[in-house]
Ligand binder design. Structure first.
Ligand code: HEM
Length: 216
């Protein structure tokens, strides 16, 4: 599947893509600051304000930004020679973004719940502490994922999908013909696997922990 965007439309869509995706990162940074304030402040009014603002920024900015980043990203991938499944950097961003968006949508319910409670009453330091801690951990994890997605977008690492096997085959042939020595260490590949493994582990750990706290 490939349609090609005209240069003008490609720039326009790329502007939208960067605005949505990096705006999402900025909104999550604000959300994290509010989550820390909500958990640590002794000022009851400030705590209520923080959770109300988290509810609003979640629904009005973060959810639309995530869907916008995903949608415009897929359009850029399919509308340019990059393709959706041709380059590792695009595929990894797709996986990270779909994962982050799904987790976000799942976690909007506890965010709304806390905002509702905060709208009605003061939260003491111990009220709903597990849930408040979970939102802080969510925001921190999301920030790490979005920073990784931003860096991956700029560096565009790991090359084309299928290229490693092809290179390995060619290298083996050269070694067999006595025209090359053993292959160098594929560090980039290790980084990719460690990143994906760490991400998977993070999601699993988080859900074991939050399951243990009895929420969801
Ligand atoms: C939060 C997640 C994301 C962030 C922070 C992000 C960020 C960026 C940035 C900063 C660029 C510009 C890079 C440059 O021009 O050198 C870019 C380009 C691009 N992104 Fe994303 N992106 C995200 C998600 C996605 C997703 C989900 C896809 C598609 C699966 C995607 C596909 C692309 C493509 C194909 C380009 C190149 C477009 C072009 O050259 O016209 N991105 N992204």
């Amino acid at each position: 599947m490939s349609m090609t965007l005209s240069p003008l439309l490609r720039k326009f869509m790329l502007t939208a893509h960067i605005t949505f995706s990096v705006g999402w990162l900025g909104a999550v940074a604000v959300f994290l600051a509010l989550a820390i304030t909500g958990l640590t402040s002794e000022d009851a009014l400030l705590v209520r304000t923080a959770y109300l603002a988290m509810g609003l920024s979640g629904w009005l900015i973060i959810v639309p930004s995530s869907l916008g980043a995903l949608l415009t990203g897929v359009v850029q991938a399919l509308g340019t020679p990059w393709g959706l499944f041709k380059h590792y950097w695009v595929l990894v961003k797709l996986v990270l973004t779909v994962g982050a968006t799904l987790l976000l949508l799942l976690h909007m319910q506890p965010i709304s719940y806390l905002a509702e409670v905060a709208a009605k009453t003061d939260l003491s330091a111990t009220d709903l502490r597990g849930l408040r801690l979970q939102l802080l951990a969510d925001a921190a994890a999301a920030l790490v994922v979005l920073l990784a997605a931003t860096a991956i977008s700029v560096y565009k690492p790991w090359g084309r999908i299928g290229q490693w096997r092809r290179q390995q085959r060619e290298h083996t042939q050269r070694v067999a013909a006595g025209r090359a020595s053993a292959a160098p260490t594929p560090w980039g590949r290790y980084v990719l696997f460690i990143l994906l493994g760490a991400g998977l582990l993070l999601v699993i750990l988080k859900h074991l922990l939050s399951g243990g706290m009895g929420h969801h």
